[in-house]
Design a protein around this ligand. Structure first.
Ligand SMILES: *Cc1c(COP(=O)(O)O)cnc(C)c1O
Length: 465
């Protein structure tokens, strides 16, 4: 197709990559129409149709691939929506560090090469504990690096109660196998004792790994040793105790109004863990990153491993992470880290935000038969963190329009709005909404409501529930 005269002419004007991309989209559309029976299976006719559609496709403006969206789903750390939104200080740090050059690996005092984590480690240690720290692309990478550097060709001991899938197919037993380490399972699903670990440690042990149950709960007839007990066993045998913590709270989650308390990284270090691994974009509220903190000699082992070079983040991430850690270190997280601020919102604040969103939407004019109201909802932390935690929240509830077509119209808005269907009505939960997004949300909702009514998803078709 690219060799036809028509395509060649377009290639002269717009370049081959743009024409090839447009042609691929035209052919995909034709293929779908062919399969649905909308087009006859006629080779020449299809070819002519493709060439007829091509010029327009090439000149169409292309919607951005990665787009900003408004999260009105009430899930604060929504993994599919990029987890934590960055605060202004973190955004400013990214711009400052990335517009020109930055001393990522350059020691300005000595005028020579430095190392990437030197700048961030003191802050990471202040917030997360430990004597040294390093940063990789995410917590999964941190686990991979630690298990590879410390236990490749040797054994990793893990409780049967912690052989979990963390998400997206990332399963602890498979990760350990992929590092070339051998998994040694101890205990049972519900009960594992210190003596189980004690018996399993031997000359081939590379590490003891504790995986925090961050995305599920184990209740009832259960038992697990304390980190102190495990640290004593590890220390006596000279093997490292690793804690895959995941959640990475910067401080006590109960101080934010949550009912559960996530273990803190610095408490794990204080209890004797040699290395603790946390996510940058869960409760820490920063960019996607994995932070490893712990004893300096163990961190040095990881830093010196060849895999480190493949897992290290760039300066966009380092700049955002440093600013986020600084906000935690300075006690400004509830103001400067949006995810922390969202978790800390009180029901009264949420109700006021929902009221202002409703008023703003109403200003744009609500079609006849459509009714907006405030509804109490239950929001979630998300990101596989604190799965049992119910966050009381408020939403704008939309009645009189079928929720699914309305949700689809909102996803097609600019910027797209992601809401949530509940009791046969679309809800726009404000727990995960930034106050600065209220105007865009209102514009999108007003337009979507008018479109929904015009296309027949309005009052007479609304589902009754
Ligand atoms: C979320 C989580 C991970 C994965 O973290 P990413 O930063 O998403 O790679 C690993 N371990 C635990 C215990 C987690 O909760």
């Amino acid at each position: 197709m690219l060799a036809t005269d028509a395509a060649r002419e377009l290639i002269e004007q717009r370049g081959r990559p743009a024409v090839a991309l447009a042609l691929r989209e035209v052919l995909d559309a034709l293929r779908a129409e062919l399969l649905s029976g909308a087009l006859p299976p006629d080779r020449d006719a299809l070819r002519a149709e493709a060439l007829a559609r091509l010029p327009r496709k090439v000149s169409e403006s292309r919607p951005a691939g990665l787009r900003r969206v408004i999260n009105a789903a009430g899930v604060v750390l929504h993994t599919n929506l990029g987890r934590a939104p960055l605060g202004e200080p973190a955004l400013a740090a990214v711009v400052e560090a990335c517009r020109g050059y930055a001393a990522v690996e350059y020691d300005l005092d000595r005028g020579e090469r430095g190392h990437r984590d030197a700048l961030i480690a003191p802050l990471a240690n202040a917030v997360l504990g430990g004597d040294d720290a390093l940063v990789v692309n995410n917590c999964a990478a941190a686990v991979l690096l630690a298990a590879t550097a410390l236990a490749a060709g040797r054994e990793v001991i893990v409780s049967r109660g912690e052989l979990v899938e963390i998400g997206g197919g990332f399963r602890v037993p498979e990760v350990i196998a992929s590092c070339g380490a051998r998994l040694v399972e101890v205990g049972t699903t519900n009960k594992t004792r210190a003596a189980d670990y004690q018996r399993a440690v031997g000359p081939d042990t590379g590490a003891i790994l504790v995986v925090h149950r961050s995305n599920f709960a184990l209740l009832g007839f259960t038992e697990q040793p304390t980190l102190e007990e495990l640290a004593a066993i590890a220390r006596a045998r000279g093997v490292p105790l690793l804690v895959d913590l995941g959640s990475g709270a910067g401080g006590d989650t109960r101080a934010l109004g949550l009912s559960a308390r996530e273990p803190l990284s610095r408490e794990c270090v204080a209890s004797g863990a040699d290395l603790v691994m946390v996510s940058g974009d869960k409760l820490l509220g920063g960019p996607q990153a994995g932070v490893v903190v712990g004893g300096a000699s163990w961190v040095a082992r990881l830093r010196g491993h060849p895999l480190m070079r493949a897992l290290r983040p760039g300066r966009l991430v380092l700049a955002a992470l440093e600013a986020t850690l600084r906000a935690h270190a300075d006690g400004r997280a509830a103001r400067d880290v949006p995810a922390v601020a969202m978790l800390a919102r009180t029901p009264a604040e949420l109700r006021a935000l929902a009221e202002s969103a409703l008023a703003k939407i109403a200003e744009g004019g609500i079609p006849d038969g459509v009714r907006l109201s405030l509804a109490a909802t239950e929001a979630r932390v998300g990101g596989g963190t604190l799965p049992l935690e119910v966050l009381p929240s408020w939403a704008v509830r939309v009645d009189g329009v079928a929720p699914d077509p309305l949700a689809a119209l909102l996803r097609a808005a600019t910027p797209p709005v992601i809401g949530r269907g509940l009791d046969g009505a679309l809800h726009l939960d404000v727990r995960s909404l930034l106050p600065s997004e209220v105007d865009d949300l209102a514009t999108a909702v007003t337009m979507a409501l008018h479109k929904a009514v015009a296309t027949g998803a309005g009052p007479k078709h609304a589902t009754r529930d």
